[in-house]
Design a binder for this molecule. Structure first.
Ligand code: ADP
Ligand code: MG
Length: 245
């Protein structure tokens, strides 16, 4: 980003992925992501977006090539630190736990003081506007609220890197817009790096400082193009982005 010293956080070095079924999900993906960027992986269904994101979390490994986060393999990093948080497309909450205890869970697994975890969780719930629902159970919440809890849970871990796989895809338009605004706000306040998967071009253009465009046919064509977008952008912009003017 302009005006700040750039530090490379994520690197994909000539990464390909062939599943055992014979599907070539990624072909020679090569790009880097600087600290503090909001990067969208944009492309049609099946082009390998989730596979690429899962590689950053250490949940998938390249067949050839290398993915590094902070110079380390993601598996090393996930084992050693709490620097990466993942928000999946469905909220993945534990139904028997309250909203608060769902947000506390990742911190609880790391050990430490319950009181501190609770304070951190409440702060995160406040950020997504759900502090008043801390005692509710997931079944009492709407889809959008569950997604907010899932986002709060990821943010409470104070990740350096937030990975989100189509987190708003199943939500109605109003909820999606309000969560997009909140996410941009939190991203700017917390100065984290966000990797965001979407097949929605408007969402990618609205949210991102950089877009990695992925091709539907990874086996046949060169599969990624970086688009750098001007930042900072006015928060509060609600109009549809224009592509040519
Ligand atoms: P996207 O998230 O862009 O929709 P994915 O990364 O989920 O794409 O999948 C890319 C391709 O790899 C698709 O053809 C999908 O069917 C295939 N694929 C994904 N995961 C697996 C897997 N575990 N085993 C076999 N094929 C897979
Ligand atoms: Mg996907």
């Amino acid at each position: 980003m302009a005006g700040t010293a750039e530090k490379r956080l994520v690197a994909f070095e000539h990464v390909s992925k062939m599943f055992s079924t014979g599907t070539l999900a990624l072909s020679d993906i090569h790009f880097t992501i600087q600290e503090g960027e909001f990067v969208s992986f944009l492309g049609p269904s099946g082009c390998g977006k989730s596979t690429a994101l899962r590689m950053v979390a250490g949940l998938a490994v390249p067949t050839t090539g290398l993915v590094t986060v902070n110079g380390k393999t993601p598996k090393q990093l996930v084992r050693e630190s709490n620097d990466i948080a993942f928000v999946f497309q469905d909220a993945n909450l534990l139904p028997w736990r309250t909203v608060l205890d769902n947000v506390v869970l990742p911190m609880e697994l790391r050990g430490g003081s319950r009181k501190e975890h609770k304070e951190t969780a409440l702060h995160a719930l406040e950020m997504v506007g759900l502090k008043d629902h801390m005692k509710a159970h997931p079944r009492q919440l709407s889809g959008g609220m569950k997604m907010r809890v899932s986002i709060a849970r990821a943010l409470a871990a104070k990740p350096k890197l937030l990975l989100m796989d189509e987190p708003f895809a199943a939500l109605d338009e109003i909820t999606r817009q309000s969560l997009q605004m909140e996410l941009l706000d939190i991203w700017q306040k917390e100065k984290m790096t966000v990797l965001f998967v979407t097949h929605n071009v408007y969402e990618a253009v609205f949210l991102s400082s950089k877009i990695v465009v992925m091709s539907a046919r990874p086996g046949r064509v060169s599969s990624n193009i970086d688009v750098d977008l001007p930042y900072p952008r006015e928060l509060g912009m609600r109009t549809t982005p224009k592509f040519s003017e």
